[in-house]
Each structure stands twice: as C-alpha cells, then as structure tokens.
Design a protein around this ligand. Structure first.
Ligand SMILES: [Cu+2]
Length: 66
C-alpha cells in the first residue's frame, strides 16, 4: 500500500474525481481517498512512476505534495 498527499480536495466530488483518476492508471488498484487528511492510498499491481500519478492528478485540478 502506498500513500500520497494531495492538496485541493474540498468535497466528495473532489475525492471521487481523484479516486477515478488514480484507478484509471495502469498498475494502480484499490484506491481509497481520505478527504479530511488529504491523502490517497492505493495498491500497486505494477510499477507506476510518481510523475504519472502527478500528471493524472494535476490534469483534474489537484496537486500531489512531495
Ligand atoms: Cu469538491
């Protein structure tokens, strides 16, 4: 299980959008987003670069914090 921090999520729609965006990435499954903590956790079924994740998240208007 990996966890990343994401800024900009404000409501259920935001966390839903983040969940969907992450699940669409090849190699990521079992996404769970914690809106209050501003975190997303997921299982890696393959190798996924942080750049790929950042790209997918920034495309929908949020930002991954390192
Ligand atoms: Cu929202």
């Amino acid at each position: 299980m990996a966890t990343i921090k994401i800024t900009g999520m404000r409501c259920g729609h935001c966390s839903g959008a983040v969940t969907k965006a992450l699940e669409e990435i090849d190699g990521i499954s079992d996404v769970s987003v914690d809106l209050e903590k501003g975190q997303a956790s997921y299982s890696e079924t393959g190798t996924v670069s942080l750049a790929t994740i950042k790209d997918a998240i920034s495309k929908i208007g949020f930002e991954v914090v390192e």
